[in-house]
Design a protein around this ligand. Structure first.
Ligand code: NAD
Length: 300
């Protein structure tokens, strides 16, 4: 089935460049009206300009699409509320939110200031919560919504020098887990993308020879799928260079220990069995996890 976005309105945060710009162009090509949000600052979050958002908006309009430029700071509740209000008054509804805005302040943890910690967590994690809260009542009311959180291999796998960024990105995965449960009965699906692409944010981190392979255009198909009517719910798609995978939490079946073995030594003696992935499973919620864990095989 072809996927199109005719009649849909999407807000893409941080769409003035990099990955967000490509998502916005592709959504517009397939019929969506797109709000191009971007604060227009530097990679570390300093500065502000409306030019980045306006340029992408012009690009879409020149291609015959419909777009609206917006330079709200995703961490500012009042500015985000105005953005959603504008989208509704110009386009009538908001169906899709891609939380993509982000910054970097890389340093090894012992050199990181709390200011660098707070700014990165604020833009990625709190910014996504602010934007999602602003569209949530609209999506509930219309019984339709698609929300994409941008997590990262750094958050899911770890990356030297990115304690602040990795924590924020893993937090977005946690936010998705709960919003996917809360939104399900309103047909609001929340998923994550974990992209890798050469952009201004990563050009110094990724090998220059990978620019062609690791282009944002290779991530966009997964994001558009997560924004579509066919979107799953509570899924993390990892995308890089034309390869796509799903990341998910697998619990080991574990072991149920008799009372006298519930000691640190008892755990140490069985740790290889406790950690064995054979027969592993995923729990659908925290309660499901407890129910599953209590059924762990007995240590005979
Ligand atoms: P990018 O720097 O080109 O894009 C990020 C955009 O967010 C910028 O245009 C910036 O102006 C905007 N922005 C920053 N703070 C903002 C704020 N407070 N309000 C509104 N806009 C703001 O980098 P990118 O690589 O395209 O990153 C897009 C997203 O993908 C980010 O969340 C990033 O963490 C994530 N990501 C990227 C990669 C990668 O390999 N490029 C890997 C994992 C995750």
């Amino acid at each position: 089935m072809p996927i199109d976005f005719e009649g849909r309105t999407a807000i893409v945060t941080g769409a003035g460049g990099g990955l967000g710009r490509v998502y916005a162009l592709e959504l517009a090509k397939r019929g969506a009206r797109v709000v191009i949000n971007d604060l227009g600052g530097a990679v570390d979050g300093e500065g502000r300009s409306s030019t980045a958002a306006e340029k992408v908006c012009d690009e879409i309009e020149q291609n015959g699409g419909t777009a609206l430029a917006n330079s709200a700071d995703v961490t500012n509740e009042a500015e985000v509320a105005d953005m959603v209000q504008d989208a509704q008054s110009k386009f009538g509804r908001v169906d899709i939110l891609i939380n993509n805005a982000g910054i970097l302040r890389d340093k090894s943890f012992h050199k990181m200031t709390m200011a660098d910690w707070e700014k990165v967590v604020a833009v990625h994690l709190t910014g996504a919560a602010v934007c999602t809260r602003a569209v949530w009542p609209v999506m509930r009311e219309q019984a339709y919504g698609r929300v994409v959180m941008t997590t990262s291999p750094s958050g899911l796998c770890g990356n030297f020098g990115q304690a602040n960024y990795g924590a924020a990105k893993a937090g977005l995965w946690g936010l998705m887990n709960t919003l996917a449960l809360e939104g399900a009965k309103y047909n609001i699906h929340t998923n994550c993308i974990a992209p890798t692409a050469v952009t201004r944010m990563t050009e110094e981190l990724l090998d220059a020879s990978s620019t062609q392979t690791l282009k944002p255009e290779n991530v966009a198909p997964a994001v558009l799928f997560l924004c579509s009517d066919q979107a799953p719910n509570k899924i993390v798609i990892m995308a890089a260079g034309g390869s796509y995978s799903v990341a998910q939490l697998i619990e080991t079946p574990g072991l149920h220990l008799p009372q006298e073995e519930r000691t640190p030594e008892g755990i140490a003696a069985r740790f290889e069995r406790i950690r064995s992935l054979e027969g592993g499973y995923s729990s659908s919620s925290a309660f499901d996890h407890v129910a599953n864990l209590l059924k762990a095989p007995r240590d005979e």
